[in-house]
Design a protein around this ligand. Structure first.
Ligand SMILES: Nc1ncnc2c1ncn2[C@@H]1O[C@H](COP(=O)(O)OP(=O)(O)OP(=O)(O)O)[C@@H](O)[C@H]1O
Ligand SMILES: [Mg+2]
Length: 580
């Protein structure tokens, strides 16, 4: 049972690694175009031949072609034995996951998903802390500042409390609601950690996540789950899960995704220890996610933990980078198999030299001297576990699949029909249950709106506190939880420009029946943001809505403050076609 890497340059014989060697991680370094991705894909193909499932982060879109069989004549020319191709094709079940997009299998994340089954107390606490820190960073806090620390501590106490109570928080909207209105017991625990004003801000930021394009990351498609990744649809197949990162536009979203995946994988392996390699986790171009000190992006913690501990659990990491100087040295040095490709810059070579001095001190100089002379697909293998201090120069084997960048629009062509249909049905099932839930919430909302309209017939609109506020549709605006006046007198503004908040009635003139909702709004918000939120609240498409005040259509790119709207005023939601 071995992994064929290629052919020895000197002897022409196959160079291979024992399956168990995979456990101590493989790190591959080389300049752009040196053949790193092809090499790693060959390792994946080999793992699949041995029946080891794979999870891959594909930042460039050129790993997804693992789903396309290679041209038989090319395979013959490259001297690939036919059984390599036959076994891969027989075993592989390629799934291309596209976060926040339906170009492939849509994948979303639930950052609150957490299973403490078979975890010890220390690991549980670490996991909860990791959820808190990942979330607050995604929310835009800097955990090094006092405000960031306070938000993290509060969220930690909060998540820990609900974990202890065994009460699931469900989605982000519920989280925001609960964050803002904590139970008494939790209030006591967290007193002195954070003030009401900061709690409201935290809840507001969480509500932001549940609106706009960001919400796709949380709601579109199949929820990320390691067991789903590892369970084949067809018995006997080996899942190859490729996470096509380019469907996420923002760097912060990619970081958040990888951080959540890393954490879930870490927790999964603690629950499923195995001595044999049971899974390969391949991250191509890992540098932005595992940079050296003092950088600390969200995925770094879990990637460090995986590099340090995964071998004990049979999870093998395969990492590649063209920038060895831009990757955390300590994490990188956990690897025990090194594959070095062409390298040109002094900075990269000196980094590798430094590493080799501890790995293979006698040959360090000789090895680095060879690096600039290697051609694409030519590598030096250093693997003390199997080859002691021998350095093996080899030509990496070519792939049994195509090697090309797959465009978003061609992703479906790179997956088997059975996989597409299976997950399409799963997505439909999940969407149907979400729709059902939404319909229930909308019915509740309509009832509340009707009740509030009836109440208004008897009560003048100025008596605002008597207008019921919808409990179910928490969006970006803060709900009224205490009279505003008392908040203002009890709290010191944190800067010279305190936020101003006013109550506004939003009335929809679109669709059947009038709907009205009172919300507490920060006047320093963009009209566009407010419009998006309120449209969602009324179940309308924001692109078809404009906001209107006193007969004037509010400019989307202005701040609400500019329109001199007062506490208790009404803003209308009008169709775009009627906007002036
Ligand atoms: N084993 C190989 N045998 C023959 N040619 C190879 C081999 N590996 C790579 N090449 C050639 O080098 C090209 C670049 O390979 P690859 O995409 O793996 O590079 P890379 O190091 O991942 O580059 P980048 O940093 O740009 O992602 C391939 O398209 C192919 O032409
Ligand atoms: Mg590459």
């Amino acid at each position: 049972m071995s992994i064929v890497l290629g052919k020895n340059k000197a002897t022409g014989e196959f160079v291979s690694l024992k399956k168990k060697t995979l456990k101590r991680h493989i790190c591959i370094l080389g300049t752009s175009g040196s053949g790193k991705t092809v090499f790693c894909k060959a390792v994946v193909e080999e793992a699949v031949r041995l029946g080891i499932p794979v999870i891959i982060i594909d930042p460039q879109g050129d790993i997804a072609s693992l789903g396309l069989p290679g041209d038989p004549t090319i395979l013959q020319e490259k001297g690939i034995p036919p059984e390599f191709s036959e076994e891969y094709i027989k075993n592989a079940e390629v799934r291309i996951w596209t976060p926040a997009s339906s170009k492939g299998i849509p994948l979303c994340i639930n950052p609150l998903k957490f299973s403490e089954e078979e975890m010890d107390v220390e690991d549980i606490i670490k996991a909860v802390d990791s959820i808190a820190i990942t979330l607050i960073r995604f929310l835009g806090y800097d955990p090094e500042t006092d405000t960031g620390k306070a938000a993290q501590t509060y969220l930690f106490q909060f998540l820990d409390y609900y974990r202890e109570q065994k009460s699931p928080l469900g989605d982000l909207k519920t989280l925001a609601e609960c964050v803002e209105n904590p139970p008494e017991q939790l209030k006591e625990r967290s007193s002195g950690v954070i003030d009401t004003r900061e709690i409201r801000k935290l809840a507001k930021k969480i509500r932001f996540l549940a609106t706009g394009a960001t919400k796709l990351i949380f709601e579109m498609g199949i929820a990320l789950d390691i067991d789903t990744f590892l369970t084949p649809i067809e018995a006997g197949k080996t899942p190859v899960n490729i996470i096509y990162l380019n469907t996420l536009n923002k760097e912060a979203d990619k970081h958040f995704f990888i951080a959540t995946l890393g954490r879930q994988l870490y927790e999964w392996m603690l629950r499923h220890p195995k001595n044999d390699p049971q899974l390969i986790f391949y991250v191509d171009e890992i540098a932005p996610y595992l940079p050296p000190h003092p950088y600390n992006p969200p995925p770094k913690d879990s990637l460090q933990l995986l590099m340090k501990q995964a071998r004990k659990y049979g999870v093998s990491n395969l990492i590649a980078t063209q920038n060895p100087a831009d990757i955390d040295y300590k994490a990188m040095s956990q690897a025990n198999t090194w594959v070095l490709g062409r390298m040109m810059t002094k900075q990269d070579i000196s980094k590798v030299h430094h590493l080799l001095k501890s790995l293979n001190p006698e040959k360090a100089n000789e090895i680095v001297a060879q690096l600039p002379r290697l051609s694409a697909g030519e590598f030096l293998l250093i693997c003390p576990d199997e080859f002691k201090d021998n350095v093996i120069q080899f030509n990496a084997r070519w792939l049994v699949t195509d090697h090309k960048t797959i465009d978003e629009d061609d992703i479906l062509d790179a997956m088997p029909e059975a996989v597409i249909n299976y997950f399409k049905q799963k997505v439909e099932e999940q969407e149907a249950s979400r729709k059902e839930l939404r319909a229930e919430k909308e019915a509740e909302l309509e009832k509340i709106v009707e009740d509030s309209a009836m109440a208004e017939e008897i009560t003048p609109p100025s008596a605002m506190d008597e207008v019921p506020v919808d409990e179910t549709t928490a969006m970006i605006t803060s709900k009224i939880t205490e009279p505003i006046a008392s908040e203002k007198t009890n709290e010191l503004p944190e800067n010279n420009f305190p936020e101003k908040q006013i109550n506004i009635y939003f009335m929809s003139t679109i669709g059947p029946g009038e709907k009205k909702q009172k919300l507490l709004i920060d006047t320093d918000q963009m009209v566009n943001n407010i419009k998006e939120t309120v449209s969602n609240l009324f179940g309308l498409n924001p692109t078809e809505v404009h906001l209107s005040y006193n007969g004037i259509t509010l400019d989307e790119n202005s701040i609400l403050e500019e329109f001199n709207i007062k506490d208790g005023d009404t803003i209308l939601l009008i169709p775009s076609s009627r906007a002036g």
